[in-house]
Design a protein around this ligand. Sequence first.
Ligand code: 7TS
Length: 421
Amino acid sequence: MRQDLGLKLLDSSPKKPFDVERIRADFPVLSQNMNGKPLAYLDNAASAQVPKVVIERIHEYLTKEHANIHRGVYYLSQKATTAYESAREKIKRFINAREAEECIFVRGCTEAINLVAYSFGRRFIENGDEIVLSQMEHHANIIPWQTIAEEKGARLRIIPINERGELVLEEFENLLNERTKIVAITHVSNSLGTVNPIKQIISIAHKFGIPVCVDGAQAIPHFRVDVQEIDADFYAFSGHKMFGPTGIGVLYGKRKWLEEMPPYQTGGGMIRRVTFEKTTFAPIPEKFEAGTPAIMGAIGLGAAVDYLNSIDFEAASEYEKELLEYATEQISNIEGVRIIGTAKEKASVLSFVIENIHPHDIGTILDQQGIAIRAGHHCAQPVMDFFKIPATARASFAFYNTKQEVDRLIEAIKKTVEIFS
Ligand code: 7TS
């Protein structure tokens, strides 16, 4: 039986083939040459490319609608405010939040997690408490928790992973007790590609009355996420990994938590009344959006959501899965290559090492062929420690990548092996 991973893919209805060439035409960046070769952009886990409609929407905003929001009595400011708030509404519908107010605009996934760690932590975490993370977290979902734990005298407990790069779920439940204040865990690992059974994880934590903060940075661009269905207490993600601009991201949080949590930053735009003696705060979401927000970013992100709604996102998900399977099969035939992360359920990421070749050298040689991949520890050093390697080379796919690009990747890897042998 298929594990419940919080994924929503298409059922058995007959599918039209996914038209990747039509999709590629929406992304101007992709038609360029790099180092004299057509660009094969395979670093989507770091940042995805931006479709024309998003670029045009940002251009339109800057040329016709720009003003500061939530304060102007004049037409332009009201127009900008409406555009900003309608982007929040689009996000709400995209992730199926109960209310738009539960969607806080932040700078990105990193800021979203910092917000939860410091605000939730300040209110709810005390000396002797425990915070549960996993071995496969990105540093953005480790260090904020480590910092608040140090401040409060709390400690981190870590869910282990196995050799395939899957969570050892049997150990998870053993880590939970009355001192556990929160579980912070990734939906999809950026270094391994593992898709975690997030709905099951949340349901186990909830049996103990423990809230769960999900790092959704690598999930949101690849399949539909329904925050109510998985029952996440918090869900964090970045705009630039889901075909939107940089500098914008979202923290979804259940109203009951957000209302109890203190502001993360303070200043203009988030108050009800200020005197030198005392300040009272605005309701959510403003309470968590101090200062002038990334108005342009939010509007651009709203346009990215429109774009994802305009394509067959479910078919795109399926197509990406096929691409990953194809790449995995092809790379497995190359001698000396070892895939890091062989979980049964994976999304979009192919991390690998080659005997006696440093991942940075692989990245450099591939770049000469116009192929952009990432090499390094991917801000997941505990994962590298587990596999006893310093780094990996990582190709990561989006729905605009093609089999031909995978073939070029494979050829370039073979060539790299040859050069070094
Ligand atoms: N969480 C995960 C799982 C991530 O993959 C990343 C970024 C972040 C959090 C942080 O997101 P940010 O937008 O706030 O920076 N991951 C990567 C990556 O894999 N390569 O570059 C950035």
